[in-house]
Design a protein around this ligand. Structure first.
Ligand SMILES: [Zn+2]
Length: 617
């Protein structure tokens, strides 16, 4: 503390220095008007500034000047450049940086931290102006009690430099897409958790996870769930994109990893899933995943179980979406659309009650034989996979419709951002896809979480983040749902904006529900469908779960027909034990909105169907 008083006048002198505004953003010593005082400050490597400010509360003075007088910043920049042995040439005096000043690096480091750089970059990518970035930064610095380190002295030049980097960055790092991707991978090793170049019989496989995504996975994935959104853009992109998502506190799906592969999603999942699990365990060995939701039965279920030691559930969101979108396009009668949609749901669940899936499909094709446009689509796109899907539904618990809404929001945002017509030329390039995902698209999600965590920049937040139907459904009061438990064919939800209006929901409680509101009529999931599904689930808490019924059935058949082979018996017992563990976990999932419970009406319809099949065959 000794001797600081004598330095105080110098601090004041510094702050009284006239503001100099060099002619351009990059300036050298020749552009500065030098005087004895300025040179003396520089020759001491800014030590005086640091000591005086730290000990005499002069931070406030500095911060006042930070907002009003650019000179202090210019000095800071110059001092930091000197300390960083940077480009300033022809410095009149004090050419050598003071060795004692090494400890002041935190304050006068030549560059801002990587973290702040990423933050500014994200802000620029979402379209926040330079002025607003500086203003926001000053607010943040003021709030935490004034500047303490180099980051707090973020200058317009820092932002301009980052802006320039963004402007000069192209997705095309090489004219050849393949080479371009390799260069990207080379430069972003930290964000690549798996890379395999296509060669011979080996498919192309790239797994991307940024630091920020890893943080989100640690935060929201712990004791939570991860869901896959796979094979996006298989028609437009060179290779389809798969995303792993977590759900935040507003029920939004956040992308925590991207996988681009030329093979089928399940085919090589064993290669990258292990790497990803390893990566997260290295960060936090106590990290535990509750459930992994696969959206394709061929995903590699045992690989997921091994890697994450968690329950695996099946999510039929994209089956639902494909079916309803095609029904809307290919059948013009709304009643027929509803009937067919319901029937398609029965086919998926049919095998749970007995009949052969192909018999159920056959019946469907016969009943709706006149809907040839849809049938052609169904036969070519789905028929070859129906056995696999039904098998998946038979062996895995199915997630309820709530997360479907969050997945759908993510899907729509991805589509909106990537498939703008102006990008059409780039769709066949993988480097473009990587670049788009890791810059602009990534920044959107960064901003949303930043707003949620800090409360800053609420006006810039993308409104669509608060409009996912799962989140909105949570705000509909139970009393606004009219449900006749004796007739579960139809439910009603009173409009939240017009109390005289009520929406009708067909096939309530299942993922094959439809509503007559605008959103649902376009094939999207609406809050009414989700709300009704929540109510149906809650009112059935006391009834036995469908999975529990299947478990009982399995045990009974095991008792009636015990296998002779002890190996088979062992296997059966271990399967039964695993199923039992699954059931124990179902209640947690049910509480977090992740588990599907079929309304009893649908169960009985399936049972009726089963009887019908039993009778007719
Ligand atoms: Zn609706």
């Amino acid at each position: 503390m000794k001797g600081h008083e004598s330095k105080m006048p110098r601090m004041e002198d510094i702050l009284n220095l006239p503001v100099q505004d060099p002619p351009c953003t990059e300036f050298s010593a020749a552009d500065i008007k030098w005087n004895v005082l300025l040179v003396s400050v520089l020759s001491q490597g800014g030590r005086d500034l640091k000591e005086v400010s730290a000990n005499q509360g002069s931070m406030d003075i500095l911060s006042i000047h930070y907002t009003g007088v650019h000179m202090v910043l210019k000095i800071t920049e110059i001092v930091s450049l000197v300390l960083g042995m940077s480009q300033i040439s022809n410095l009149p005096q004090g050419r050598e940086a003071d060795q004692d000043a090494v400890g002041t690096r935190a304050m006068y480091a030549p560059r801002i931290s990587e973290e702040l750089r990423q933050k500014v970059m994200s802000m620029l990518y979402v379209g926040i102006s330079l002025d607003n970035i500086i203003q926001h930064h000053m607010e943040v610095v003021q709030e935490h009690g004034g500047p303490h380190n180099r980051d707090d002295f973020l200058t317009r030049n820092d932002v301009r430099n980052i802006e320039r980097v963004i402007r000069n960055t192209s997705h095309e790092l090489h004219i050849d897409d393949e080479c371009s991707v390799k260069v990207w991978v080379q430069r972003h090793q930290k964000h690549v958790f798996y890379f395999q170049d296509a060669s011979g019989s080996e498919p192309f496989l790239l797994g991307i996870q940024t630091d920020w995504q890893l943080q989100q996975m640690l935060h929201y994935g712990h004791n939570g769930s991860i869901t896959s959104h796979s094979t996006f853009g298989s028609k437009k992109l060179k290779y389809p994109l798969s995303t792993l998502l977590v759900f935040d506190s507003s029920q939004n799906a956040i992308p925590i990893a991207w996988v681009i592969t030329s093979s089928l999603i399940g085919q090589d999942s064993h290669k990258w899933i292990g790497s990803l699990a390893e990566r997260i365990r290295t960060k936090d060995p106590r990290w535990r995943l509750n459930a992994f939701l696969v959206d394709d039965p061929s995903f590699g279920i045992s690989v997921v179980r091994d890697a994450f030691q968690c329950r695996v559930l099946l999510c039929v969101w994209h089956v639902r979406r494909s079916w309803i979108r095609n029904l809307l396009k290919k059948c013009c009668n709304i009643d027929v659309q509803r009937e067919m949609f319901k029937h398609l749901g029965w086919i998926l669940y049919s095998s749970r009650s007995g009949p052969n899936v192909m018999d159920a499909v056959e019946e469907f094709l016969e009943i709706f034989v006149d809907q040839s446009a849809f049938m052609d689509y169904f036969k070519s796109r789905w028929l070859p996979y129906m056995e696999m899907w039904v098998g998946g539904i038979r062996s895995l618990p199915v997630v309820g419709p709530e997360p479907h809404a969050a997945i759908e929001s993510y899907h729509l945002r991805l589509k909106y951002k990537l498939f703008k017509e102006q990008h059409a030329n780039f769709w066949p390039r993988i480097d473009w896809l990587i670049h788009s995902l890791t810059t602009e698209f990534h920044s959107l999600y960064w901003l949303d979480q930043y707003t949620i965590e800090t409360g800053y920049l609420p006006n810039i937040r993308d409104e669509s983040f608060s409009s996912n139907a799962w989140y909105q459904a949570l705000h509909i009061p139970d009393v606004d749902v009219i449900l006749d438990e004796q007739n579960l064919q139809l439910a009603k939800v009173i409009s939240q904006t017009d109390r005289n209006l009520a929406y009708a929901i067909w096939n309530p409680g299942s993922e094959f529900s439809l509503c007559d509101c605008h959103l649902s009529s376009q094939g999207n999931l609406c809050k009414h469908v989700i709300k009704v599904a929540m109510i149906c689930k809650n009112r059935q808490v006391a009834r036995p779960l469908l999975a529990a019924q299947i478990y009982r059935q399995t045990l009974l058949s095991l008792l009636h027909n015990p296998p002779d082979d002890p190996v088979v018996l062992d296997h059966a017992i271990s399967s039964a034990t695993r199923l039992q563990q699954d059931i124990k976990g179902l209640e947690d999932l049910s509480n977090s909105g992740l588990l599907q419970q079929l309304p009893s009406e649908i169960n009985s319809q399936i049972a009726d169907n089963a009887l019908f099949f039993a009778r007719s065959h």
